[in-house]
Ligand binder design. Structure first.
Ligand SMILES: [Zn+2]
Length: 306
């Protein structure tokens, strides 16, 4: 291919005559700088395609509508594809059969007890697997979309009771059936478009497009955000109660994280699960509410809350 571009902006123009460069063009009629006009158009396009590509679905477990762009099957497939990489990053599967069996048992009990009544259909859409990862330093637990849940030995080693294990797993199951990743991904399609727009407009602010896009990406994708964390805690409490676990186990988990997160042990958890201290008060309030009003699992069946 030829390197000669007939439209190249050679400021000298033909015959070396001086032509004004685009930045120095006098403004005519239009009140907004062209670069900002393009940025606004891209932002508008991102908004429109966000609403066209996504749809609002009612979530029977949270009782709330949510905007998603993928099906539950797609979430499951996506999560399964990432299991290998995720396991590798956590030092591989933990070799202790007894510890693996404990994590599997608690996870299965939580799923079985909650795949009932109004929640049965939502739970059955997902494929739950519980992975204990070997890394003793990573104090963390996380869920891929679709039901692949990871628990590090770095966190498990500080837990003392099965209720606490159930607290961690209940919270992560909450992220899965709450479809928090799918929601984030639907939003990030919007954010990807907006980041592009901000990149163009931001050139006037002396930041390069990559910096701005990177910043937005970081802010929007490195954590679920406070609302999703609170909802996962809320669901975790309900799941624990339905499975016969003491929901105060989740408070103990938060205390462990607060203690370990401050030291050298737990930057990962703080990245994905911010402010364990503030969440304890929220969890206490949820426990009280659930004790009075029930877990919501019987909501659609018309049965009184238990
Ligand atoms: Zn979380």
């Amino acid at each position: 291919m030829s390197n000669i571009d007939p439209f190249s902006r050679d400021p000298r123009g033909r015959g070396g005559r001086q032509l004004p460069v685009s930045g120095a063009m006098p403004r005519r009629g239009c009140a907004l700088p062209p670069r900002l006009m393009i940025a606004l158009a891209v932002a508008a396009f991102a908004m429109v395609s966000y609403f066209m590509k996504t749809k609002v679905e009612h979530n029977p477990v949270t009782g709330e509508p949510q905007r998603v762009s993928m099906t539950a099957e797609q979430e499951v497939a996506m999560g399964l594809q990432a299991v290998g990489q995720m396991t590798q990053e956590g030092g591989g599967e933990h070799p202790d059969a007894q510890l693996n069996a404990l994590v599997d048992k608690v996870g299965a009990k939580l799923v079985a007890a909650n795949a009932q009544g109004a929640w049965a259909e939502q739970f059955r859409k997902y494929r739950f697997n519980f992975h204990l990862l070997r890394d003793p330093k990573m104090v963390n637990a996380f869920a891929l979309p679709g039901g692949q849940i990871f628990f590090t030995y770095g966190l498990l080693q500080y837990l003392e009771t099965e209720d606490e294990v159930a607290g961690v797993l209940g919270h992560e199951i909450g992220h899965v059936v709450g479809r928090h990743s799918a929601e984030q991904m639907a939003k990030s399609q919007l954010w990807a478009g907006l980041a592009q727009a901000a990149g163009m407009a931001g050139a006037d602010l002396n930041m390069n497009p990559q910096q701005i896009a990177g910043l937005i990406y970081q802010v929007k994708t490195t954590s679920y955000g406070r609302e999703d964390e609170n909802q996962a805690d809320d669901l975790g409490v309900r799941f624990m109660v339905n499975a016969g676990y003491d929901p105060k186990g989740l408070i103990k988990v938060m205390q462990v994280l607060k203690a370990k997160g401050g030291g050298g042990g737990g930057p990962e958890f703080l990245k994905t699960h911010p402010d364990p201290g503030n969440r304890i008060e929220h969890i206490k309030a949820v426990i009280e509410k659930v004790a009075k009003e029930g877990t919501g699992i019987d909501r659609a069946s018309g049965a009184p809350p238990r």
